[in-house]
Design a protein around this ligand. Structure first.
Ligand code: MTE
Length: 445
């Protein structure tokens, strides 16, 4: 049995889990009871939900000792690198059936519907490669610094890893996340509507420190060009103010271990709050220059086509956004009564200030609980207690960040941006809950 969603108990997973009817039945029977017990022990600060009556005392699953209680378990180090339970094997990155793979250029999406808290497990971090990925030998990898600097330099990984390091939790969101929804409803689940986002603890060296060591000319050199070592020659301009703030990292660590090859091993740029394309993977060169470079990755890609036919370039900041991950598209609520509504919010401008949730398509809003930690330019988890009366509902979340930016409705966003864009869609997501309990993707203007 593979369970993709993991919680809450009375939610049936999305169709792409490929669960059999027997799997689903056992989810219904097993998880429901598990959740009931969890509610009973819920903290006093939370609403104590009215739950279904207790399972019959004759439940064979508690009366009969299972084989794991009556036999020897597996020895330590059966898996020298730990793996998820076999029962969680449905929770994986997936390619969207609607997107074609061209050579090495493709994307796999994070299964947001099954994740807790704010950290994305490294093995579920979405991937976006323009020309495929390589597992680069760190002993042969180099970082070169050139351009408007006193001393050009070439660093080995050992050179970089002996420098003072910092660790910071940040989200990375591809500018094309939710891109398929610009025109109309396009995809069924939150994995595909919003799954080009991940949040990790990154460890590395502030780029400012390395530029200082090379004697960068900060007066003339107001931009840098970051270049990747892959065949796509991914190159992006980063304004020097971002580097001077100390936030931009030359990172080698992700969630306590080295970066995964798909995510840039052994070195990637971390540019907090800025769209994913600027987080150059397999980072091999930084050039300091006096103007934006206008490379192919910023002249023909990652630009916003506006209603008047002009393109907007260098719209890098990922604006305030949120989405309910449970219940979400493709899931089925198995009965009415108490449900925890859970989701994530983020802003490239700083911390999340508040999130409001509506269950009637935006007529009324209730404040969500922001779970700690609430960090700048990181995912924030929110939760709302809700008792479903069994009637049709439209679930939405709307985030506000500490700079006062409010997540727009589709109507508000399209009034400014039109419908022809691919990038930077931060509109409010709506999930329609039918009387049958089925949840589907809809757009509310
Ligand atoms: N860097 C290189 N060298 N090559 C790439 O194809 N893709 C970019 C960026 N950095 C890319 C790259 C894009 S478009 C995104 S959204 C992020 O990496 C994705 O990072 P991830 O694959 O670690 O999720």
């Amino acid at each position: 049995m593979a369970i993709e969603y993991a919680r809450p108990g009375r939610v049936r997973p999305a169709p792409e889990n490929f669960l059999s009817d027997t799997d689903i039945e056992s989810v219904q029977n097993g998880r429901r009871d598990f959740i009931r017990k969890a509610f009973v022990t819920a903290s006093a600060a939370m609403v104590v939900p009215a739950v279904a009556k207790a399972q019959s005392a004759g439940d064979p699953a508690i009366l009969n000792l299972p084989e794991w209680t009556t036999s020897l378990g597996m020895p330590v180090a059966t898996h020298p690198y730990g793996m998820p339970s076999q029962y969680e094997r449905g929770l994986v990155r997936r390619e969207s059936p609607g997107l074609t793979r061209v050579g090495g250029s493709s994307v796999s999406f994070t299964p947001l519907q099954g994740l807790f808290g704010i950290i994305t497990p490294s093995g579920l971090h979405f991937e976006r490669h323009h020309q495929g990925w390589h597992d680069i030998d760190p002993a042969r990898h180099r970082l070169m610094i050139n351009g408007l600097v006193k001393t050009e330099a070439v660093y080995t990984m050992d050179d970089i890893m002996r420098l003072p390091s910092v660790s910071r939790i940040h989200f990375i969101e591809c500018g094309a996340n939710t891109g398929m929804e610009w025109g109309n409803v396009a995809v069924p689940t939150v994995q595909y509507t919003h799954g080009m986002i991940a949040c990790s603890e990154f460890t590395g060296v502030p780029l400012k420190l390395i530029l200082d060591m090379c004697g960068a000319d900060y007066k003339k050199g107001r931009f840098v060009l970051a270049e990747g070592a892959d065949g796509s020659s991914m190159t992006r301009t980063i304004p020097m103010e971002l580097i001077e703030s100390g936030e931009v990292l030359v990172a080698y660590g992700q969630n306590g271990e080295m970066l995964r090859p798909e995510n840039g091993y052994p070195l990637r740029l971390v540019v907090p709050g800025v769209q994913g394309v600027s987080w150059v993977k397999w980072l091999r060169r930084i050039e300091v220059g006096d103007m934006p470079y206008g490379t192919k990755d910023e002249a023909i890609h990652y630009i916003d086509l506006m209603p008047d036919g002009l393109h907007r370039q260098y719209t890098s900041t990922q604006e305030v956004k949120s989405v309910i991950t449970t219940p979400s598209g493709g899931q089925i609520l198995l009965d009415k009564g108490f449900h925890n509504i859970s989701g994530i919010a983020w802003s490239g401008r700083g911390k999340i200030e508040r999130v409001d949730v509506s269950v009637d398509g935006g007529i009324n809003w209730m404040p969500a609980r922001l779970e700690t930690p609430v960090l700048s330019k990181a995912i924030t988890r929110f939760n709302v207690d809700w008792t479903w009366d069994g009637k049709p509902a439209i679930l939405q979340s709307r985030a506000v960040d500490e700079t006062g930016h409010v997540q727009p409705s589709y109507g508000q966003l399209r009034a400014v941006r039109g419908t022809s864009s691919i990038y930077h869609n931060n509109a409010i997501q709506s999930w329609r809950l039918a009387e049958s309990g089925e949840v589907s993707n809809v757009q509310v203007l």
